[in-house]
Write a protein that binds this ligand. Structure first.
Ligand code: ADP
Length: 452
């Protein structure tokens, strides 16, 4: 405060406040028992911005904030009255503009009864509030930090628990893995043992196969020789029977003639049987050569027709052909002819009078390299459980319906072997009582145009 101002002020209450107290480096205030201000020093007036005003006679509460007024009425003043002093009490004073001014107050009572008054010294504590706020902030931060630490501790504990559980799980998995590895090793050993055994068996089987092939070949060769040897006496039987029948050894009676006819028929049947056995044996022994060439199936079927026409006519069977001119097989002509003849003979044999036989060719997009020739009939058919067996040698289905001497049971076996020998096959489809279809498949020469 400038000196001049101070001098003007001091003039107002110079008589009550001694100069030393007026200029003291702390606020001073004295008030009556009823709260009226007795004295205020210049330092306090300046502290509260009342410089130049006279506060004497006004109530002390004028200089207190609302909160401090309550504190004054309930604590501070009753304390002062009771004990006569109150020291280092923090109060919030109120400046003229209404700002808060924190002070530390020491107060003492003088006198007694209604004439008692109270002297107070106020030390402004600008820093304290700041420190208190900072302290509060620091405490809050500490609390927060403690909470965070607690939360983190808890999270850490949880993580630890999880880790422990995972470790346990891992240990378990490791144990399982170990067990599986042991099991796998065992299985591996078993597999190796099985493999060794399999190899041994394969070797044994190969050996047996070679033995079986040798035996089969020997059997076929034996059959071939035997068949050849049998044909010579058979031819002699037919020759001598013919001579007798011609009457060279004297006249022949009708009964003798019949007997001779039977001998000749039996001889023929036996000869055919032997020829077919010989054929089959030769095929199986691999002693058959195929003369492969382009075979026009239309021409081939045409050539076979005269051979079956008498039987067809005898049984009043109709024959239909639908053979494409472009159906060209790559095969052995004679053998294809033998197969077709066999199929046609069977169809005629197993189709009752008045029935129909069809010969047709076909190609299929999914097997463009193959040509099919199918012989169908409306005959007696074959039971499903017998169908596969008809290709076995010497198999005749339901002998009672045909006569044994009409066939040998070798025709289809030979035909299928021949078809396979040329890179084709022979298959059968049949419905008992409705008819059968035998389909010969052979390698096909693609038509130049690619279309039929
Ligand atoms: P087989 O000389 O007896 O005709 P195959 O090998 O040619 O000998 O035929 C075997 C058997 O298959 C025949 O006995 C017959 O039972 C049956 N079979 C063959 N073709 C036909 C057909 N078209 N219809 C009915 N059965 C057939």
């Amino acid at each position: 405060m400038p000196d001049t101002e101070h001098s003007a002020d001091s003039a107002a209450h110079a008589q009550q406040v001694p100069d030393l107290l007026d200029r003291a480096p702390c606020g001073f205030l004295s008030f009556h028992d009823d709260g009226r201000i007795r004295l205020v020093n210049a330092t306090l007036l300046q502290m509260l911005d009342y410089t130049g005003e006279n506060l004497e006679g006004r109530h002390i509460e004028t200089l207190l904030t609302v909160g401090t007024r309550i504190f004054y009425q309930t604590h501070w003043f009753p304390l002062l009255r009771m004990h006569g002093r109150a020291e280092e009490i923090f109060l919030l004073l109120r400046s003229r503009q209404g700002e808060q001014v924190g002070v530390l107050a020491n107060a003492a009572r003088r006198g007694s009864g209604d004439s008692a008054f109270y002297d107070c010294v106020f030390m402004q504590v600008r820093e304290r509030q700041k420190y208190e706020e900072e302290l509060l902030r620091a405490r809050r931060a500490a609390d927060q930090a403690r909470d965070e630490v607690t939360a983190q501790k808890r999270a850490l504990e949880e993580t630890n628990r999880l880790l422990a559980a995972q470790a346990e799980e891992l240990e378990l998995q490791q144990q399982q893995l170990h067990e599986q590895t042991v099991e796998l090793e065992l299985t591996g050993e078993e597999l190796r043992a099985s493999n060794d055994e399999l190899l041994e068996r394969t070797e044994e089987l190969n050996r047996l196969r070679v033995v079986a092939e040798d035996a089969n070949r020997a059997k076929s060769e034996f059959l071939a020789v035997m068949s050849h040897e049998l044909r010579t006496p058979l031819n002699a039987i037919s020759g001598y029977a013919d001579l007798i029948d011609m009457g060279i050894h004297g006249p022949v009676t009708d009964a003798q003639h019949d007997a001779l006819e039977r001998i000749k028929r039996s001889q023929l049947h036996l000869l055919r049987l032997i020829n077919e056995v010989l054929n089959l044996a030769r095929i199986e022994a691999g002693h058959i050569d195929y003369d492969i060439e382009d075979v026009a199936l239309a021409k081939l079927v045409q050539d076979v027709m005269p051979m079956v026409e008498p039987q067809l006519a005898a049984k009043r069977l109709t024959l239909e052909t639908a053979v494409a001119g472009s159906a060209i097989a790559v095969a052995d002509r004679e053998k294809v002819q033998q197969i077709v003849l066999n199929l046609l003979s069977n169809a005629i044999k197993f189709t009752p009078a008045g029935g129909r036989i069809t010969v047709r060719t076909a190609t299929r997009d999914e097997v463009p390299d193959t040509v099919f020739l199918a012989v169908s009939d409306t005959g007696i058919g074959i039971a499903p459980n017998k169908l596969a067996a008809v290709f076995e040698p010497f198999v005749q289905v339901d002998v009672s319906r045909t006569t044994r001497k009409e066939g040998t049971g070798l025709g289809l076996a030979i035909s299928r072997d021949l078809a396979r020998g040329m890179g084709g096959d022979l298959r059968a489809r049949s419905t008992e009582g409705a008819g059968s279809t035998f389909t010969l498949s052979l390698p096909r020469r693609a038509a130049p145009s690619g279309r039929e």
